[in-house]
Design a protein around this ligand. Structure first.
Ligand code: SF4
Ligand code: SF4
Length: 401
């Protein structure tokens, strides 16, 4: 499992020089140039400067040449290099975002799609550019009542941080409705922030957009301080990542859980409610922030095994070796750029593996993946239909009425 955050060097605004003066920076210099990072990188063959080469250039004093290349724009923050480095060098947390920031500063034209996503997030609090006043509209279609903190005015056990794709994107809302049903089935005392919620900013920090990330962090921290709750639960592994790893640097000290481990922790009670058999053969895609970065490989599988009738088959690349969907680190808004550069979309690479398993359903645990894989399936040929569903959607479908 990848090491957890333990030090100060991740804070936004940190320079390369500052990092290199820290113990973590010195660890970067302990690189043995084995090339594991570059070999495991899903876009390594498209990078002029792979992670191994970046460290080599840094040591030789040629890092400015790296900043002029767009290699790091091709990093989708999949954590594979960091998870496999034999020296424990935290490439994806520390070095690569700093290089990416410098790349973006030196790039005459930031890819338009990425620029728009980041601008929307700053202006509207979500990358789609939707009005913040519509953020809680999905609750009107929820089969169970979804309490809002500002309305109930009392402490709750779980503050559910819904996040952007699960608030605004139609297929993401299916996930939200499912989570609401599951909370209700287990009598969880929960509420959401409603229109007061804004993006947690994980992609902002992984593209090292320091101003954007700090604006969002300051805003969300202020909102959290308004209310009383025991824990934050979110279905978005990117928000989970940001709260776990970056927000503590800004005073965040709440317990935070992703929905998958949250429900897996209560699997005995949940099993009693999962009465409806779902006769699907499924395959599970490990989300990078949940799997490689946080080590939650087994919980989603435990939940799937708890559903009567489900048969789980694995893809060739699973758990720590899972192929990234390509959406992290700003990749959600770089598909056009990648296409222009002749790069295969990672989401297409992944669904090809899922199709090979013969599964009826490709199961995910990140809201990005629903849109990425459903989109990829439109262009990747397959004879047998295959659906994309979140673990939460399948659990809710198996609930007794
Ligand atoms: S895997 Fe680690 S030790 Fe090997 S080249 Fe990459 S950074 Fe260096
Ligand atoms: S985080 Fe993933 S995409 Fe980025 S350099 Fe490392 S292996 Fe490559």
């Amino acid at each position: 499992m990848v090491s957890t955050l333990e030090n100060e060097v991740c804070s936004i605004g940190t320079t390369l020089e500052t990092v290199l003066a820290t113990p973590e920076g010195r660890r970067i210099m302990s690189c043995i140039q084995c090339g594991t990072c570059s070999g495991t990188c899903p876009y390594g063959e498209h990078m002029e400067f792979t992670p191994r080469r970046i460290i080599n250039m840094l040591r030789r004093g040629y890092i400015d040449e790296v900043f002029k290349s767009d290699s790091m724009l091709r990093c989708v923050a999949c954590y594979s290099c960091m998870a496999k480095c034999p020296r424990g060098i935290r490439l994806s947390d520390v070095l690569l975002p700093l290089v990416k920031e410098q790349t973006l500063i030196n790039t005459p034209e930031m890819p338009a799609e990425l620029q728009k996503g980041l601008q929307n997030t700053l202006r509207y609090g979500n990358p789609m550019g939707e009005s913040s006043r519509k953020r809680a509209q999905w609750t009107a279609t929820s089969p169970v009542k979804v309490p809002i903190m500002a309305e109930i005015q009392r402490p709750v056990d779980v503050l559910w941080f819904v996040e952007c794709y699960t608030s605004y994107y139609a297929r993401g809302q299916d996930n939200s409705r499912a989570v609401a049903r599951l909370f209700k089935a287990l009598d969880v005392d929960f509420a959401i922030l409603g229109n007061e919620e804004k993006c947690a900013g994980d992609c902002g920090q992984l593209t090292w957009e320091s101003g954007l990330f700090e604006t969002l962090t300051d805003y969300n921290m202020e909102i959290f301080r308004k209310y009383r709750f025991n824990r934050i639960v979110t279905g978005d592994p990117h928000a989970y990542n940001a709260f776990r790893i970056r927000y503590p640097l800004y005073g965040f000290d709440y317990v935070v859980e992703h929905t998958t481990p949250f429900f897996a922790r209560q699997i005995d009670r949940l099993k009693l409610k999962l009465k409806r058999p779902l006769n699907y053969t499924v395959t599970y895609h490990d989300a990078c922030c949940l799997g490689r970065r946080a080590g939650h490989f087994e919980e989603p599988r435990q939940l799937l095994h708890a559903i009567p009738g489900i048969k789980l088959v694995e893809m060739t690349h699973n758990r720590v070796n899972a192929i990234c969907c390509g959406g992290g680190g700003g990749g959600m808004w770089l598909d056009t750029y990648f296409k222009q550069k002749g790069m295969e979309r990672l989401s297409e690479r992944r669904v090809k593996e899922a199709i090979q398993t013969g599964a009826d359903v490709l199961v995910v645990s990140c809201p990005y993946e629903i849109s990425r894989f459903e989109d990829a399936l439109k262009v990747v040929p397959h004879d047998k239909p295959i659906l994309v569903r979140d673990v939460m959607e399948l659990l809710a479908e198996a609930l007794e009425d």
